[in-house]
Ligand binder design. Structure first.
Ligand code: DGL
Length: 264
């Protein structure tokens, strides 16, 4: 039987990770859960995020969803709650965290930038990631919630607001020595082409999507052998608030009140 892989994010950002995983494992059963009632997670406190993720696990268990792998396709949620969440459930969890290590290896100027949400930037997890993986590289930190909103809007409208994006990047004023920009939020790959053209090729971008797909594959080896491209199953979608047209990637969205699964 095919595995059930659930991809979680606060909004549509996790679709950028889901696409990578689905390319490698087209036969798996997928569900996508977005906690858009609390979007943006980047402005939430650590305890709130932990509570929501524990509620998500409670929801999975109470509904007997038989999730084989839970992918936390949200840097903010992973850097805030991974450690606690892993103690709370036996479901294997793959967390998306900023690609600091490969960025530091790629940089020739030894100056990289991390662009993420405010919560990711201030998290202890991120600080540790930086100290562990970028000893001889300076990591410049930038946060934005505006870019999350622009990615959401661009996703649903199939059109990115270039002027608003340029204004935000202008305001962020990334250090001119930076040659690699880590897209440390799963919403940002949606804007990657537009971001690259803003910097006219001076800055390369990197995200964690492909590394996460490889990690999921390493847990699901038997799926790779039997993979037949094009044999995709319908996506089960859940959201905690209504969305643009209550559809995601062509599937209807089931609305869930996650507060019912929260423990006080
Ligand atoms: N997609 C989420 C991330 O990777 C954050 C978006 C939000 O702030 O809700 O951090």
């Amino acid at each position: 039987m095919s595995s059930h892989i659930m991809v979680f994010d606060s909004g549509i950002g996790g679709t950028t990770v889901f696409e990578h995983i689905q390319q490698h494992l087209p036969n798996a059963n997928y569900s996508y859960f977005m906690d858009n009632a609390l979007l943006p997670y980047g402005e939430q406190g650590k305890q709130t995020i932990i509570k929501r993720l524990c509620a998500l696990v409670e929801f999975i268990e109470q509904r007997n969803l038989a999730v084989d792998i839970l992918v936390i396709a949200c840097n903010t949620a992973s850097t805030s709650a991974l450690d606690v969440l892993r103690q709370f459930t036996t479901i294997p969890i793959v967390g998306v965290v900023p690609a600091i290590k490969p960025a530091a290896e790629l940089s020739t100027t030894h100056h990289i930038a991390l662009l993420a949400t405010p919560a990711t930037i201030v998290s202890d997890y991120t600080k540790k990631l930086i100290t562990t993986h970028s000893a001889s590289t300076t990591v410049h930190l930038y946060s934005s919630v505006r870019l999350v909103a622009l990615a959401e809007q661009g996703f649903y409208k199939h059109n990115i607001d270039q002027v608003a994006l340029s204004n935000e990047l202008q305001a962020l004023a990334i250090d001119p020595r930076v040659d690699i920009l880590v897209l440390g939020c799963t919403h940002f790959p949606i804007l990657a082409t537009a971001i690259s053209s803003f910097y006219q090729g001076r800055i390369g971008t990197i995200d964690s999507g492909s590394a996460i797909a490889k990690r999921v594959m390493s847990i699901q080896k038997e799926q790779v052998e039997s993979a037949i491209a094009g044999n995709k199953k319908p996506l089960q979608c859940y959201a905690t608030a209504s969305t643009f047209n209550n559809q995601l990637l062509g599937s209807d969205i089931n609305q869930v009140d996650l507060t019912l699964y929260e423990k006080s």
